[in-house]
Design a binder for this molecule. Structure first.
Ligand code: 5GP
Length: 193
């Protein structure tokens, strides 16, 4: 399993997309969440957009490998069924999850997971990127900035830290560490099934 965590606006989603293009043997783990979809987002591709009640139902049925209330009232979680689907395809799963979720999955999976922290070069740049992205309301922007500050403090719990200053360099480093990890950890395709 490949875990990509880091503050909102650090560039995880862009980097995961580039990684997937480069490495066809990795598949994106689509999370479930109850936030409102952005205009460009597609159900089943970016997220499984579900109601809060549905999220709670899945939680009660133990359907999540991990979940977090990432922002107040907004729940996000990795479904066991999603990871099973990817592994049954004989691929490695790539998770784009928040820092708390990332550290939790790493603790559970140990050496079977590579935990990567994507860091912005500075807070100022993170702020600029979030403003440029203009997907957030003022309130949600403030929440993301204050959470980012706390998240940056957890970066040393990760196996690798990649500073996303120049996208091309960050991508190169990402592909390099992921390929290194996967070549050392190749599993027979039917493992655990
Ligand atoms: P956004 O609302 O910007 O898509 O995502 C907000 C944050 O939630 C991001 O840091 C993203 O990585 C994280 N996130 C997305 N899916 C999951 C998940 O399944 N579990 C956890 N813990 N965090 C997630």
């Amino acid at each position: 399993m490949i875990i990509l965590s880091g503050p909102s606006g650090a560039g995880k989603t862009t980097l995961i997309k580039l990684l997937l293009k480069e490495c066809p043997y990795i598949e994106f783990s689509v999370s479930a969440c109850n936030r409102v979809p952005r205009a460009y987002e597609v159900h089943g591709k970016d997220y499984y957009f579900i109601s809060k009640d549905k999220f709670k139902e899945l939680l009660d049925n133990n359907e999540f490998l991990e979940y977090e209330e990432v922002y107040e009232g907004n729940y996000y979680g990795t479904l066991h069924s999603e990871i099973k689907r990817i592994w049954e395809n004989g691929k490695a799963a790539a998770l784009d999850i928040d820092v708390a979720g990332g550290t939790r999955v790493k603790r559970k999976l140990g050496k079977d997971a590579l935990a990567i922290f994507i860091s912005p070069p500075s807070f100022e740049i993170l702020k600029e990127r979030l403003i440029k992205r203009s997907t957030e309301t003022e309130e949600s922007f403030k929440k993301r900035m204050s959470k980012a500050e706390a998240e940056m403090k957890s970066r040393n719990f990760f196996d690798v830290i990649i500073i996303n200053d120049k996208l091309e360099d960050a991508k190169k480093k990402l592909v390099e560490v992921v390929e290194g990890f996967l070549s050392e950890n190749r599993q027979p395709l039917n493992k655990g099934m």
